[in-house]
Design a protein around this ligand. Structure first.
Ligand SMILES: NC(=O)c1ccc[n+]([C@@H]2O[C@H](COP(=O)([O-])OP(=O)(O)OC[C@H]3O[C@@H](n4cnc5c(N)ncnc54)[C@H](OP(=O)(O)O)[C@@H]3O)[C@@H](O)[C@H]2O)c1
Length: 260
């Protein structure tokens, strides 16, 4: 039987690249997407050099035609689709609601919410066939309001609810939203560099302190948990908002790792 095939959006760097590496280590054929073709090829090349199977398909998840092209490329190359990880996301605008640029709000919703909707629609026919899985990369900010993160918080809350609706509408699939924790990625760099303009000084300083004290997670830790969920999550978890370090998730990670 051919290997499971998984699409990961936003996989040129940070958490998405780590999810892709982990999924390849677990034996999946990995299809990586992001806008920057060069960085994406590098991430796919790293997986191939380590003995994995990877395909890079550049594109913007907020564009319907790019999402269709990404799914078509995955299925025509590997003949099947078993999982989709909606990971591509942006933090900005970092500004109070009263001051934020409305166009930046629109972009946030286009990438963080419409993107997962378009990707899900494009992938659904194939995921129904395989009885596949979708993992939406959410955030603790979906439940916790943060000053200056109005766009980000509301898009992640919407993503969690999208996940719940999808679980009802597509009972043959397993669809999960995951909180990856505070991860040491370029997005955290954006927060440190630009956060002072919109966040409270205390909250901004707290993230800088976490970085300086080495308290951010290496992407490999949540990356592995998310890859395992995308390939092996039990159906009864469909519709849930999980944390990467929940006991049940970590038990599944140990089981999947031992089985390799
Ligand atoms: N880092 C954290 O602490 C943290 C915490 C909670 C949740 N998250 C979530 O985890 C996910 C990954 O975050 P990260 O920290 O790894 O961010 P990151 O370092 O900024 O990486 C984001 C990835 O998404 C891609 N991307 C951005 N816009 C895109 C678009 N329109 N179409 C396709 N790809 C796009 C980027 O590549 P291009 O720019 O080349 O397109 C990049 O590969 C996000 O959903 C984020 O909200 C992160």
């Amino acid at each position: 039987m051919s290997a499971k095939t998984i699409i990961i959006t936003g996989a040129s760097r940070g958490l998405g690249a780590a999810i892709a590496r982990a999924a390849a280590e677990l034996g999946a054929a990995v299809v990586l997407n992001a806008r920057s073709a060069e960085a994406l090829e590098a991430a796919a090349g790293q997986i191939a050099a380590a003995g994995g199977t990877a395909l890079a398909v550049p594109g913007d998840v907020s564009r319907d035609d790019d999402c269709e092209r990404l799914v078509d490329a995955a299925v025509s190359r590997f003949g099947r689709l078993d999982a989709l990880v909606n990971n591509a996301g942006i933090l900005e605008p970092i500004a109070p609601i009263a001051e934020a640029d409305p166009q930046a709000w629109q972009r946030s919703w286009a990438v963080n919410v419409l993107g997962p909707v378009l990707m899900t629609r494009a992938a659904l026919p194939h995921l129904r066939e395989s009885g596949g899985r979708i993992v939406h990369i959410s955030s603790g900010a979906a439940n916790r309001p943060v000053v200056g993160w109005g766009a980000y918080c509301t898009t992640k809350a919407a993503l969690n609810h999208l996940n719940r609706v999808l679980a009802l509408e597509e009972p043959t699939l397993t669809t999960i939203a995951v909180r990856p924790g505070a991860v040491d990625t370029p997005m955290q760099g954006v927060l440190r560099e630009k956060g002072a303009a919109g966040m409270t000084p205390e909250e901004h300083a707290r993230f800088i302190r976490r970085y300086e004290e080495g308290d951010l997670l290496p992407p490999e830790l949540p990356g592995r948990a998310i890859a395992v969920l995308a390939l092996h999550a039990p159906h009864e978890w469909s519709g849930e908002f999980l944390s990467w370090d929940d006991d049940a998730v970590q038990a599944l990670v140990r089981e999947a790792t031992a089985a390799r």
